[in-house]
Design a protein around this ligand. Structure first.
Ligand code: CU
Length: 401
């Protein structure tokens, strides 16, 4: 275990004491070590600032807003502080030994040393207890994350599917048996467990809302389960509150632009959102023109009149997986687009201007996305719709009067 020098502390101490007088040099060494130290300090400070940047969008894992995130944060904190103490003790003793018993000119070669049973057993038992304790606690948390405790209130279930490069949320029963499919914004009632079944239909993605839970992989053909909950007593702002999430697994060219939001609402507000879920009204001439343009240009990939039909989704997926030129592909359900905060997987705030920019040139906003790549509209280099047509589409999608 490399601990043997401590048995000879006394004699080594005497040796080093006697050699101090003889070692006058070393000042240049000290200067360069000072320089090294400031470089290291600078790097650490930079790293700290860099890491602090992660909370810019309110994505801090230190700000747990629900029971799952809180348990994981507790485990993290205890692990961190135990390891900080272990680190300081071990490195402290190491540094002490290195400095106090360093080799000086004229020192005799030290004899090989080994064997201090009491010390070696102690230093085996302590880490074993720490590793086992933290390991067993972690396993309990793994089980806890998978499903809400038996005594938890009624859970709301959501199926989440990762696509290149956006998220799909399906509520098989959002309330009163109403099924909802939406994209990129997960609306959840506060104080209620939300059970999630996570899947991908192309490559591996990862679902991560730092304030609600740690990341979980979204794997094709295998459903991973977890639950989340946002607690009203931990949320300082007034509801609805928007939390930020993102894909946390490198999943291709659009990975860095694959974000989503979780909007925490009162149960009442959530219920009215569910009740209002439906296609945009078509009671103006502009909306009617938009509806026709939508039917002609967009329904190959997008659904706008309620949840997607499973057979249609399957054929879009087939187009995506087998085609490479102009094919249908899975695309965000646009039924509730007008009630959203964002566009293009959390990339842009939803507004008339941004929607216009998106429809004019999706590839400029989100390079490599599959709308630009696979829709006939964009194959000529510029969009094949004119200003009035785009205007009509925007009026319809956003229900502008
Ligand atoms: Cu992804």
């Amino acid at each position: 275990m490399g601990l043997s020098p401590f048995r000879r502390t006394g004699s080594l101490a005497k040796q080093s004491a006697s050699s101090i007088n003889g070692s006058a040099g070393g000042s240049t060494g000290r200067q360069s070590s000072l320089k090294n130290r400031s470089v290291i300090f600078g790097l650490l400070a930079a790293l700290f600032l860099f890491a602090a940047g992660c909370s810019k969008d309110g994505q801090s894992t230190w700000d747990a807003l629900g029971p799952v995130a809180q348990r994981q944060l507790d485990l993290f904190n205890v692990t961190l502080w135990i390891m900080v103490i272990v680190f300081i003790l071990v490195e402290g003793v190491l540094l002490y030994a290195i400095i106090r018993y360093r080799k000086r000119p004229g020192d005799p070669k030290p004899p090989p040393l080994h064997g201090n049973n009491a010390l070696e057993i102690t230093l085996t038992i302590i880490p074993t207890i720490l590793v086992l304790g933290l390991g067993i606690w972690s396993v309990f948390i793994l089980f806890y994350v998978e499903k809400p405790p038996d005594d938890a209130p009624d859970a709301l279930h959501v199926n989440v599917t990762g696509h290149q490069w956006w998220f799909e949320f399906e509520y098989p029963d959002a309330g009163n048996g109403k099924k909802i499919i939406t994209a990129n914004e997960l609306r959840i009632p506060v104080d209620r467990p939300i059970t999630l079944s996570l899947l991908s239909d192309d490559v591996i993605h990862s679902f991560w809302v730092p304030k609600l839970a740690g990341k979980i992989d979204m794997v094709p053909t295998h459903v991973n389960k977890m639950w989340i909950q946002a607690d009203s007593d931990k949320i300082k702002d007034e509801l609805p509150v928007t939390l930020f999430g993102q894909c946390a697994e490198l999943c291709g060219l659009g990975h860095a632009l694959m974000r989503f939001r979780v909007i925490v609402m009162d149960q009442e507000d959530f219920d009215s959102w569910v009740a209002a879920y439906g296609p945009p009204p078509t009671n103006t001439a502009r909306a009617q023109a938009g509806q026709q343009l939508f039917a002609a240009n967009c329904t190959l990939c997008h659904t706008i009149d309620g949840p997607d039909d499973p057979a249609l989704s399957a054929s879009r997926l087939k187009g995506f997986l087998t085609g490479n030129d102009i094919t249908p592909v899975p695309a965000p359900n646009l039924t509730d687009l007008r009630t959203r905060e964002t566009l293009a997987a959390g990339l842009l705030e939803l507004s008339e201007t941004n929607l216009r920019a998106w429809l004019n040139d999706p590839d400029k906003i989100k390079p490599a996305n599959y709308m630009a790549a696979r829709a006939v509209l964009y194959q000529g280099g510029t969009v094949s719709l004119d200003e009035t047509e785009i205007d009509a589409l925007i009026g319809y999608l956003l229900d502008l009067r």
